[in-house]
Design a protein around this ligand. Structure first.
Ligand code: DLZ
Length: 293
């Protein structure tokens, strides 16, 4: 399969070859493994990213070699210093100008006819691989919400927050299945059953464990979190974790819509995002990850 792209440019003379090699080395391009076989010489320079780009219509730049950089002004200063040292006329390093494609560019002509463009995009993410991210649209997604009845004054608020986020993100009412269980201890088992049913794309788990009022609090919490995580990993269905662990009822209320947002709302958004991520990864498993411009 495709491994790399090499742009080959012929130097007309040995002196030109040396000048070009010295110019690109001065700019900090990583030298590749050069070669000389008696008939010709090669001086490769490596770049972390390469594109082969065909253009129809108005050309983006006048040079056939375009090098993207991150500190254009510094690169130009280096080029100017190199020109002075190499005895190349300073006018061969053109001033920096704005482009119509949100970038700045300058051209250098280290040897006559070999014009090279250096450019910097105003978009700091340019050239970086695009990240896969889920969108926050739940229009075509199905959700299961497992909610504990213990501490219902809190868990009902978490449920309202979760429903609010799902519906406002476009989920249909009949695409949301709510399962009520006695307490946090039962949440993992119900989540697992839902996940295995194939009826939902993601599961939201809601509950509250109060340290002050729960004997064996640590043991219960560990088992609940382990069970939910295990169900997610073994079924492949995203499970978002909304089991609050608080010292007091007051703290729990704060996290259920009073002072510190609503955990139910947060886990709903996380679930929507993870369904999107899962779908995108599945789609991109058959195509290559594109490189963003
Ligand atoms: C028994 C119990 C206790 C003491 N505390 C809580 C709690 O803080 N939050 C919660 O959701 N559930 C609690 N439970 C109930 C257990 O989760 C479980 O429902 C029962 O032990 C029955 O298996």
């Amino acid at each position: 399969m495709i491994k790399g792209i090499t742009l080959v440019r012929a130097a007309r003379t040995a002196a030109e070859f040396d000048t070009l090699a010295s110019f690109f080395a001065a700019l900090g391009l990583e030298p590749g493994k050069g070669w000389a076989d008696g008939q010709s010489r090669g001086a490769p320079f490596l770049a972390p990213l390469g594109n082969l780009e065909f253009v129809e219509g108005r050309m983006l730049a006048t040079s056939e070699i375009l090098i993207e950089v991150t500190a254009l002004d510094t690169v130009r200063e280096i080029a100017v210093r190199w020109a002075a040292k190499a005895g190349v006329a300073e006018k061969c390093i053109a001033p920096i100008s704005e482009t119509h494609w949100n970038s700045r560019v300058f051209t250098a002509e280290p040897v006559p006819g070999m014009v090279c463009g250096f450019w910097e995009s105003e978009n700091p993410h340019h050239g970086k691989p695009m990240a896969i991210e889920g969108d926050l649209s739940a229009a075509d997604m199905r959700f299961g919400i497992v909610v504990a009845r213990w501490n219902a004054v809190i868990t009902d608020r978490l449920l309202q927050g979760a429903l609010d986020a799902l519906l406002r993100s476009g989920a249909k009412r009949d695409a949301i299945k709510i399962v009520r269980v006695p307490g946090a201890w039962e949440v993992p088992a119900a989540a697992r059953l839902l996940a295995e049913s194939g009826q939902v794309d993601a599961i939201l788990t809601l509950g509250v464990l109060l340290r002050g009022e729960t004997a064996h609090y640590e043991a219960i919490y560990n088992e609940v979190s382990r069970g939910i995580g295990q169900s997610q990993q073994e079924t492949g269905v995203p499970h978002s974790f909304g089991v609050l662990t608080c010292e007091t009822l007051e703290q729990a209320l704060d996290r259920a819509g009073l002072k510190m947002g609503n955990k139910g709302f947060e886990v709903a958004l996380a679930a929507i995002e993870m369904v999107g991520v899962k779908r995108k990864i599945a789609m991109q498993a058959v195509t290559d990850l594109p490189v963003g411009r």
